[in-house]
Design a protein around this ligand. Structure first.
Ligand code: F6R
Length: 627
């Protein structure tokens, strides 16, 4: 939510900042702006020094609008600057509310991602001193307070300022009095520093930097960085300089590019077999026994110290699609480990005073590792004594660091706002975790253990075969794209997939769509079924296939059209549904990884046919770092 970036070096900062913002745009796209310490030549027309050497450019809407403005300003030059792409929280998307924000004296400019909770109080206080505010944002208090606190020492003023802030922030600040220097600070919002040669950077995440450097420093909460072209110094909250490790990122630039695809979402859908392989393979151990047989096992080096016997219940928490993955995880873990498992959205759990103690294992799931509600929920659970295991994609993210144990999904960078490979790799990790835990708890037979591992190993290839449905799904989307209201139904695992399929469709196509447990429809919602309504019926969970067929018949009797997803080999579904998509067979517990793929493609093509901006759906942002 909001992307920030900064550059200081020998090259022109403008194009570098704009390129960084373009890559960060998935975090917010209401407006964008850059501020640059202008070069000496940028003095006023009569030759006197300008009131401020900080120049700003802002544009409402996408980064491309800002690029147009920049291209029309050949004098917008400088080698040190900061940039921001916004997802509005305080104040409408407008040029005035767009970042960077400038102090009243014009000496400081700031970009900010996060929310300053005590901004109203600080603002009122500064207004009493006669300081005038230009925007409606919470961010502006940071820069006005900084200018107010400044008595000749930039770092000191910044430390005093951030000590006053409550809430979350990742900020980058420049001052006209410190050419070539950027200060950055963070609390509960992501910020990394990119280390180059003779030039350094900062950004909300690596996607903005990967084309320039793969060496990064993770700034931790409460730390402040002083970034100059030749040096990065990091200070703790007391102002003491500390040593920080440089981490080498192994993402290549192609990970942050569309590589010939029209949208990141399609690229990421297509990357799923590879992402699943990268997530699964390193955790499967295959040993040849003396008798010549092979013995398969799941090995999680990262959770060696986790003793499953200690827990009498598991609580899964997450948001959005990650929560849907959690719903799948609940069924798999409960079924294999014979332990009570609950799944709950983090925004509810955090305020519910849940009953848990040191015998509770909490599993938090997050692609970004930065989701504010998930972080708050996990803190609450830790406070109650639970052990927290995180399943996270972004290495070094807040959730990964805060958790007691962390398993990474190796999906690679996910740029499209709608998650696809993030979700399927989460489900794959949950399945592997459940099998591993069942092995530890001895609640699974050796045969079932081995057979499930084999099925898990086949997931990448089965996902690839599900992707072969691409052309057929596109035809379905062409047929049904103008349905204004859709229902997704299913039972058990199929219901969990219905939740995710429905979310995928609504978030990128803006069509009204609801997911229902198939048996629940008749308790009220069936009133909405009328001739021509599309019902997507998920029928891969074969144990309950006949039951779902009854529900299909109920909606068909009321005129609905039914698009069914079932396993290859299921012939009877053709008698029940108007259209059928057949996906490769897999173990019942692993169905969601495969079954979601045609639904992702369906959402994509429906949104495309409706002319929607697939990678940047309206009102959304990728990393939800606000409550
Ligand atoms: C939907 C989607 C969101 C995220 C949710 C949690 O396609 O991407 O619902 O799943 O915002 O995000 P993470 O996984 O980053 O915590």
């Amino acid at each position: 939510m909001c992307g920030i970036t900064g550059y200081t070096g020998i090259n022109q900062a403008g194009p570098i900042l704009l390129e960084g913002l373009r890559r960060l745009e998935y975090r917010g796209y209401d407006s964008a702006g850059i501020a640059i310490q202008s070069e000496k030549s940028a003095e006023t027309e009569n030759g006197s020094a300008p009131a401020s050497s900080i120049k700003m450019l802002k544009a409402t809407g996408k980064v491309s609008h800002l690029v147009e403005k920049f291209e029309a300003e050949p004098d917008f030059k400088g080698v040190c600057g900061i940039g921001h792409t916004r997802w509005a929280t305080h104040g409408i998307p407008s040029d005035t509310n767009a970042h960077p924000h400038l102090s009243a004296d014009g000496k400081f400019a700031v970009v900010h991602n996060g929310i300053i909770e005590n901004f109203a109080e600080i603002r009122a206080e500064l207004q009493k001193y006669g300081i005038e505010f230009k925007s409606e944002t919470d961010t502006e208090v940071i820069v006005q307070l900084l200018a107010y606190n400044y008595k000749g020492n930039f770092k000191k003023a910044l430390m005093k300022t951030i000590a006053r802030l409550t809430g979350s922030y990742a900020i980058g600040v420049i001052s006209d009095e410190y050419p070539g220097t950027i200060f950055a600070a963070k609390q509960a919002s992501p910020l990394i520093i990119g280390v180059g040669i003779g030039e350094n950077y900062f950004a909300s995440d690596i996607t903005a930097l990967v084309s320039n450097t793969k060496n990064v420093i993770d700034l931790d909460d409460g730390e402040v960085a002083e970034i100059t072209p030749d040096e990065v110094k990091v200070f703790d909250h007391t102002g003491k300089e500390i040593d920080k490790e440089i981490r080498h990122i192994n993402w290549d630039i192609a990970s942050a590019e569309k590589s010939g695809y029209e949208h990141f979402m399609m690229k990421e859908i297509m990357e799923q077999p590879q992402a699943l392989k990268a997530t699964i393979e390193p955790r499967i151990k295959c040993e040849t026994l003396n008798c010549g047989d092979t013995d398969l096992s799941i090995v999680f080096d990262e959770i060696k110290g986790l003793d499953m016997k200690k827990f009498n219940r598991v609580h899964i928490t997450a948001c959005g699609s990650a929560y849907h993955a959690g719903c799948v995880g609940r069924s798999i873990i409960e079924s294999l480990c014979k332990i009570q498992v609950e799944a709950e959205v983090a925004s509810e759990l955090r305020y519910r005073d849940p009953v848990m103690d040191d015998k509770t294992l909490v599993i938090v799931i997050s692609q970004s590792g930065e989701t504010a509600d998930t972080i708050a929920a996990m803190k609450e659970c830790k406070y109650k004594g639970a052990t927290v295991l995180a399943i996270v994609n972004v290495v070094g993210s807040s959730i990964a660091k805060l958790a007691d144990h962390c398993i990474y999904t190796w999906a690679g960078p996910e740029i499209a706002v709608a998650t696809t490979k993030g979700y399927t790799t989460q489900v794959a990790v949950l399945a592997m975790f459940a099998v591993w835990a069942a092995g530890e708890l001895k609640t699974i037979s050796h045969g079932a253990y081995t057979s499930l591992i084999l099925d898990i190993m086949h997931l990448p290839e089965r996902a690839q075969r599900a992707l072969d449905l691409n052309t057929k799904v596109k035809k379905m989307a062409d047929k049904y794209y103008d349905n204004q209201s859709l229902f997704f139904i299913g039972r058990n695992m199929d219901y969990a997939v219905a939740l995710e399929g429905s979310l995928k469709l609504k978030e990128i196509s803006y069509l009204h769509s609801e997911a229902y447990a198939a048996g629940e429809l008749k308790h009220g919602t069936i009133a909405l079924i009328e001739p021509g309504r599309l019902v997507v019926a998920l029928c891969c969970y074969e144990k309950l296939f006949e039951k779902t067929v009854s529900n299909i018949q109920q909606v068909k009797a009321r005129g609905a059209e039914v698009l069914a997803v079932a396993h290859e080999g299921n012939r009877s579904i053709f008698q029940e549904a108007d259209d059928v998509l057949l996906v490769p067979q897999t173990d019942a517990l692993l169905v969601p990884v495969i079954e979601i793929i045609p639904l992702q493609l369906f959402a994509y093509y429906v949104a495309k046919k409706n002319g929607c901006d697939i990678d940047k759906p309206k009102n959304l942002a990728k990393s939800v770092t606000v409550e």
